[in-house]
Ligand binder design. Structure first.
Ligand code: ARG
Length: 563
């Protein structure tokens, strides 16, 4: 319920619009002060009187309203307290009526958002480094979708570069088709690492690799077949991980897709006089005030680069999707790259360059191991997921050995713990991931929230349905009101995540909901309450269960009914 709107409509201040009032309405620090407060300090200069006077006048001007139980001026603020039983009834009925759709809206109707995320590299392991962009991108994809945007998830595959030449050489020398079919990317990684070791002794191998890469570019059939095979192996493997993380893409147009789409962009740059030759290479230089090195687009040997492909991709996306925003969920190491790309587009006169956003994120490392891609010492994300699932199974065996379908539950809990754990911090922060912290059933974790969800479910199953009219006085107490106020905010939380490209707002919110629920649950008896009261409390349990489910679904986390 948009109570802020209702309140904004009631408050009249000369020279201030309803929307300005709406934006000023805030949540009081202490819920005992009220449910909303309006600071009057900004009005003092317009009305030429003290904020205290203004607050007093506003409070006095508001006549009694069914949805408000109290309006009070305190030290330059007007505090509004909602009529709790009326409020409870409205919020709980709304959540019950909307169910899985609670929180959805059509704000984004008619607007397309491209989200470039995960964007893994072919023939390289899906390692921890790609965990964050995959889960942040996945969450944003679902959140924008829920807000009514048309979302296009793009996996900008790293499927171009000399490493494919190296792999072909390595495969032809030491490759064993059966082993690679069986072990997938791990098999490819082994021969790739071996290539690097051997090439140190024998530089001729590098020449061969270059020749094979050229063969791919020239469309040589044997080279293309191997390249496609490496790609299929990788995609099959990452596909399994995407399923476990509940992540989906609408396009897998990767770097190689832009092979024939770079020339027109380079021509245009030349035409505009933006492309300069520097030591044989072709670059775009920036104004001194940008404080950025030139953007290298063609190397002296004529080869194009990562940046050239991103330039072509930007035009392609604008033409194909006519996006309202184009997001790149990529680690902050690539800050410079994206600043350069966006600036070059701006210099080319693309007014839509302002709609490109680098949603930068930090790094995740493991408490028990360094994150290194050199020398084959990589942490495979698959192993991390499996380890979390095994630990979850141990905990379940310990806590609830008779639980049916333990393996399936452990999968939801283990994978959920990882997603929740890495989405808990603001995206820009680096973090050290700890299995034990993420799997702590009593911490601010995925399992804690899932456990609360299962608790709601079992309460509803156990107490059954009651045939009477609910008495919402049953939820007229501080713990219930705190919880209901939180549940009411869920739709705004989604919007806030979208505005800031920040899923952690939702992750933290779900923890707050679970905590508030557990306070309510420990303070107020449900099962032994009289029927009408019990019915109201159960509707609060049911609304909590729904909001946790909706929120976890946005994050890509599944919720077991029992655990
Ligand atoms: N494959 C790249 C990497 O692993 C990320 C690509 C991000 N997307 C883009 N359009 N540049 O670093």
């Amino acid at each position: 319920m948009d109570y802020k709107r209702l309140i904004a409509q009631l408050v009249k201040v000369d020279g201030v619009t309803e929307n300005e009032i709406y934006d000023l309405l805030a949540l009081p620090k202490d819920s005992a002060m009220g449910d909303y407060c309006l600071p009057c300090f900004k009005f003092a200069s317009i009305l030429r009187t003290s904020p205290m006077n203004i607050a007093n006048n506003i409070a006095a001007s508001i006549t009694s309203q069914g949805f408000l139980s109290k309006v009070e001026a305190v030290a330059g603020y007007v505090n509004f307290t909602l009529n709790k039983t009326e409020f409870a009834e409205r919020v709980l009925q709304k959540i019950a009526a909307e169910g899985n759709d609670y929180g959805k809206c059509n704000d984004g109707e008619g607007k397309t958002i491209c989200i470039d995320y995960s964007s893994v590299n072919i023939a390289k392991p899906f390692h921890m480094g790609h965990l964050l962009n995959t889960v942040i991108g996945g969450a944003l994809y679902r959140i924008f979708g829920a807000l009514g945007y048309n979302v296009v998830g793009i996996n900008h595959l790293g499927d171009w570069g000399t490493q494919f030449g190296k792999l072909i050489v390595a495969y032809k020398m030491w490759g064993d088709k059966q082993d690679i079919d069986r072990r997938g990317v791990r098999g490819l990684l082994d021969i790739y690492v071996k290539f690097h070791k051997e090439a140190e002794q024998n530089p001729k191998l590098d020449d061969e690799a270059r020749a094979w890469f050229k063969a791919i570019e020239d469309g040589n059939q044997e080279a293309l077949e191997l390249f496609e095979w490496f790609k299929q192996i990788t995609l099959k493997e990452v596909g399994k991980i995407y399923d476990r993380l509940s992540v989906k893409f609408d396009s897998y147009a990767g770097e190689s897709f832009y092979n024939d789409k770079m020339a027109p962009v380079l021509d245009k740059l030349r035409e505009l006089g933006l492309l300069e030759v520097s030591d044989g290479a072709q670059v775009v230089r920036f104004d001194d005030k940008e404080n950025m090195p030139p953007c290298l687009l063609v190397r002296a040997d004529g080869a194009t680069l990562y940046a050239t492909r991103d330039m072509a991709a930007a035009f392609y996306r604008k033409q194909t999707y006519d996006f309202y925003k184009c997001l790149y969920v990529v680690a902050y190491q690539q800050n410079l790259h994206f600043r350069q790309i966006f600036k070059v587009l701006e210099m080319m006169g693309c007014e839509w360059s302002k709609d490109m956003v680098h949603v930068a994120h930090g790094m995740v490392s493991l408490e028990d191991g360094a994150l290194s891609t050199r020398g084959g010492n990589v942490v495979f994300l698959e192993d991390v997921l499996n380890k979390a699932v095994a630990k979850a199974l141990d905990i379940i065996n310990d806590k609830n050995p008779d639980l049916p379908d333990k393996e399936a539950t452990a999968e939801m809990v283990g994978v959920g713990a990882i997603i929740f754990g890495v989405l808990f911090n603001s995206r820009i922060k680096d973090m050290v991931f700890s299995y034990d912290k993420a799997l702590n059933f009593d911490g601010e974790t995925g399992p804690y929230v899932q456990y609360t969800y299962a608790r709601c479910n079992s309460l509803l199953e156990r107490c059954g349905s009651i045939d009477c009219v609910a008495d919402y006085k049953g939820v007229d107490n501080k713990e219930s009101a705190d919880l209901i106020r939180l549940l009411d905010r869920y739709p705004d939380i989604l919007k806030d995540c979208a505005r800031k490209y920040e899923p952690s707002i939702l992750t933290r919110y779900i923890v707050d909901v679970a905590k508030a629920f557990n306070k309510f649950y420990f303070e107020h008896n449900i099962n032994n309450a009289e029927d009408a009261i019990k019915k109201a409390r159960l509707s609060l349990v049911s609304a909590t269960k729904q909001v946790i489910l909706n929120g976890l679904t946005m994050l890509g986390i599944k919720a077991p009914l029992r655990m």
